[in-house]
Design a binder for this molecule. Sequence first.
Ligand code: ADP
Ligand code: ZN
Ligand code: ZN
Length: 732
Amino acid sequence: MYAGIIINSNSVKLDKIFTYKIPEKLKDKIALGFRVKVPFGMGNRKLDGFVVGLYENVSVDDTRIKEISDCCDEFALLTSKDLELVEEMRRRYLCTYLDCIKVFIPRGIFKGMKDKKKILVYTGRKLDENFNREPYKSIYEVVKNENGRYTKNFISKNYNLSLSSINTMIKHGFLSVGKRTVARYDNRKYVDYSKKILNREQQFAVDKIMNSYKKVFLIHGVTGSGKTEIYMQLVEKAIESGKESIVLVPEIALTPQMVERFKGRFGRDVSVFHSKLSDGERYDEWMRIKRGQVKLAIGARSAIFLPFSNLGFIIMDEEQELSYKSDSNPKYNAREIGEMRCDQYGCKMILGSATPSVETYYRCKKGEIELIVLKNRADGAVMPEIKVVDMREELLHDNKSMFSRVLYEAIGDRLKKKEQTILFLNRRGYSTFVSCRRCGYVFKCSNCDISYTYHHNMGKLICHYCGSKIDIPKVCPKCGSRYVKYFGVGTEKIEQLIKSEFPQAKTIRMDFDTTRKKNSYENIYNTFKEGRADILIGTQMIAKGLDFKNVTLVGVIAADLSINLPDFRSAEKTYELITQVSGRAGRGEKRGEVIVQTYNPENYSIRCAAKNDYENFFNEEIDIRRRMEYPPFSDILFINMNSKNENILIKNIQNVGIFLKNILEKDDKIEMLGPCPCEISKIKELYRWKIMIKGKIDLNLAWNIRKIVYDLLKDVYNDIKVSIDINPNSML
Ligand code: ADP
Ligand code: ZN
Ligand code: ZN
């Protein structure tokens, strides 16, 4: 017997299947998907490899084939279905076998983790007067309640208790350490979240999904329409018939509300995956699933690869979220992987959103996806009123502040009534655009229909799709005003302004800076939920999923920041943003109010979002996509190269550009833009350039392009890093 082996080495040159002999002693142990040790290269160094094929015979000289030395684990890490996916992913996402294999396996396996851990136990010894104080009292209580369940690291992290104080207590014999097979996963008890009686729309959705032969469904439901309840009842049906489910949510929506609901309904047997789990926690959750002890997992994108064996549903909430696509290898899209797994398991995929992606909705129109619509909020709350404020008018009235008069008054009003306010600032990336503050005119590239980006150091406007440059105009070409300025504002500045205008207000900020630590998100969330702050100021991470009953005002400070992103999805993202933040207002009995500030009140994404009219938004947007040949009517293949050495980089990418132009020229449906410097032309010492290819790109062409790029760069691998991505989230 022979085995096809993928070597566990990151070198692109080793990205092929090597053949090894399976020795007699390992015949019964080794099967597809096992991790093994093999001698490799001239020195026969022992490396790990994965068995991806088994063959009776080989066509080459048998004596030259080396033998597998050993088998690493008691069980196969990958199933044959996983291996099919690996094959398909490599082709589709232009990466290596190993890149794909690694997403199926938790890192703990490679670190040699085992099930036995050191756990904290309670010794029974009473606290004496030296220890009868904090933090010892809390530690004592926690360990007493959770006796023998957790490691000290877990307790320290999850209950926010100091590790050194725990160690002190061990030293003094109040606690001790035992060794046992225990769970590192979150095993806390959650408050019951009782099953609801479905309303008509929800019941219709569940029935349709259960009875239809379609594979993929889209639940397009307004914010608060009770999509989560539908997901939960589907999961329950799956469990009743012995099947498993994966519920995917965007990373930022994962803590803590979704978890509370699912654990509150399904108990401890729910696995939860997010980026802040330790390797140990992840390993344990993975093992629980592998052993079949868990029927449901909720997690961010990579949870799509969890080792379930009998899937019933794959549910993807907020399906339009860009975070479902990975931007490092393998650059997969979880929506696509979900559909592949559905084909393998004969299961169904449910996409849910209040603002579906244009790509998905287009597939509904073509009949590929079954559309289910929920028009009403489930708990009877009314949709908030959305007011669009024209900031040009404010200027005419000599108000140059960041707050319009309406918003200013509304904030004061809520403070008086003791109701809460959310102020939202959409600021993604580094982009700044230039616009006329009198008429709202924004400078755009005519080739690409993309807003020009202001580059401070050069003093120029640059289109970051095609690289074209213009000088910053002194006067507005539309109205002749000289009030042409670039746009820039941050959450901190807003907080300062609130503090000076409303000194009595308690504010809290949620953005990248304030949420870096573990649990910080949860802390801010709880502070606001419990009413210990009046105004929450934040970036996109507060737009989604949060459900606060006392919020009756939401202010969008500058909708223009997202309309004018240099990105073909900017209109879609603006529509989404306004809808999502609006969904945060008036979730309780009181009706909510949303105030959207903009210099472009007539822009269709704002107009339609204010009326909650997705259909018309979609019709306008799909026309533009068709005309400009953006997805879903084409694909964008993005080649990014970076290097410390600018000269080598430019020389090589230009060479690649010439080769590619040659083969692409024959096809008039394909357009190549660049090579040119990236929008962010240098990150941490690395210069960055790019090539963009737009059009109908099939898998063979894409693989061919990849091959050309890698071949041409063969001699400069050490100097130049290259990344190839199909339909990337961002082309900055
Ligand atoms: P979505 O996910 O669609 O935005 P949620 O699932 O958050 O909406 O539901 C909004 C609110 O409605 C929640 O507070 C939820 O508990 C409540 N809800 C959902 N379904 C029902 C129902 N059938 N009866 C009563 N309340 C419901
Ligand atoms: Zn103007
Ligand atoms: Zn352009």
